[in-house]
Design a protein. Structure first.
Ligand code: BGC
Length: 428
């Protein structure tokens, strides 16, 4: 059976500045990575030198057959000190956008992907009521300079991630698993580390509010208000850009008796934020696995289930369910801004892609407006506190030479993108 995709479907891959660019020295993460006793298993350092090698990477993407690229612009580079904008950084990203244009790659730009400038954190970070205005000011600058080259913008990546992190830290510490790269092995050293962080930011530990951490309810509101303020400002300076946000979404399921827990999880992770999204132009959906609830709450991964390098359940069919669920609550075009798997066994990435894309196709067939699929990730990269050990990339990188080595999955995905059609995956 043929699985043909719509003609203008966006086939791409995602990266985030701090995870690939290297030497993001004005950011809060750089500071935290370089502290004594850091929770980070290694430093981002040169990462995979994408700041230098972006032309080569974009050319490679085009050669593989992709037609879209989701990447982030780094706030800490654009505004390394409050109110001081670095024109060379802006020119850098102008060139990234021009390179995309040269290769017929549609850019999807994210304005905040977890990292923030150190000065923002010193001023109360993501719990300060001025954060939305500060963020909107940066977005205004970027979009007034570069907006004409940006057809799609995501204001904030995984605006709801703090909810998932809190759950993971509370529940799974002993198993050491998390959807995003959080180092749960070092829980015992956390207090000492926080003292170091506190010295470095010059703030009491309780007043340090970096993006990737647990958050008060008030803090969640601030993040979504930042989205709304940014959206309003972007509309003024770049009226043709389509604006969205991205959210991290598990495929929430229940077994008998777990229905209420599942309904509560959906409310907590998504529905409560809906009012902030209704005026967006599209929704950025990100999914990696499922979470299943029973009468006593979230259930462990079933015995014998295949796990990813991150310790998550290998569950590509979750994407289809999340798309279907979100589309019943939000009447908007959807772009899959992240979906992928960390594995050393690239044939499992191929299987993951086939199954996930079969689900996307079924949704489109049923009339759900899915406009594109951005695989996480283009390159093996810096998985936050877990360092470089997790392989999400379609392309491997030898970090001693920074040479790129496309994996079989990259060619497989490129072929799907070029033919706009899935291979025969009746077995998938
Ligand atoms: C994040 C990425 C991360 C990926 C895999 C997402 O939550 O947006 O930055 O690398 O998950 O953990």
């Amino acid at each position: 059976m043929k699985h043909q995709f719509p003609e203008y479907f966006l086939w791409g891959a995602s990266t985030a500045a701090h995870q690939v660019e290297g030497n993001n020295i004005h950011s809060d993460f750089w500071l935290m990575e370089n502290l004594k006793g850091s929770m980070f298993k290694e430093r981002s350092g040169d990462a995979v030198a994408h700041y230098r090698l972006y032309r080569e990477d974009i050319a490679l993407m085009a050669k593989l057959g992709l037609n879209a690229y989701r990447f982030s612009i780094e706030w800490a580079r654009i505004e390394p000190e409050e109110g001081v904008f670095d024109e060379t950084a802006i020119e850098h990203y102008r060139d990234v956008l021009n390179t995309c244009n040269e290769y017929n790659i549609t850019p999807i730009v994210t304005l905040h992907h977890f990292t923030s400038p150190v000065w923002l954190i010193r001023l109360g970070g993501w719990e300060s009521e001025e954060a939305p205005t500060r963020f909107a000011r940066y977005c205004t600058k970027v979009m007034s300079e570069l907006g004409e080259h940006i057809p799609y913008v995501c204001t904030i990546n995984e605006a709801n991630i703090a909810i998932g992190i809190a759950k993971v830290i509370n529940r799974r510490q002993s198993e050491g698993t998390a959807q995003v790269g959080i180092n749960t092995d070092m829980a015992a050293r956390m207090e000492m580390y926080y003292q170091e962080v506190s010295k470095a930011f010059g703030l009491p530990p309780k007043e340090i509010h970096s993006f990737l951490g647990p958050r008060s309810e008030y803090g969640m509101d601030i993040i979504f208000k930042a989205h709304v303020e940014a959206r309003n400002s972007i509309r003024q300076v770049s009226p043709r850009t389509q604006i969205g946000i991205t959210m991290s979404l598990y495929d929430i399921q229940s077994i008998p008796g777990g229905e209420e827990h599942a309904a509560h999880a959906l409310h907590e992770e998504f529905l409560q934020f809906r009012p902030y999204l209704v005026d967006d132009d599209f929704f950025g959906l990100q999914n990696y696995t499922r979470s299943v609830y029973g009468p006593d709450g979230m259930l462990p991964i079933p015995d014998g289930a295949e796990k990813t390098q991150m310790g998550n359940e290998f569950y590509p069919q979750g994407l289809e369910s999340v798309i279907r669920c979100i589309s019943t609550h939000l009447d908007k075009p959807i772009i899959i801004t992240e979906n992928g798997v960390s594995t050393d066994h690239d044939e499992r990435r191929v299987a993951f892609l086939d199954r996930a894309l079969k689900g996307v196709h079924a949704c489109i067939d049923d009339g759900i407006p899915v406009k594109g699929y951005m695989h996480w990730s283009l390159l093996d990269n810096f998985e936050w506190q877990l360092g470089f050990s997790k392989c999400f990339g379609l392309i491997a990188v030898d970090r001693s030479t920074q040479q790129r080595h496309p994996k079989q999955s990259a060619f497989h995905y490129g072929k799907i993108a070029t033919t706009n059609e899935l291979p025969d995956i009746s077995q998938a």
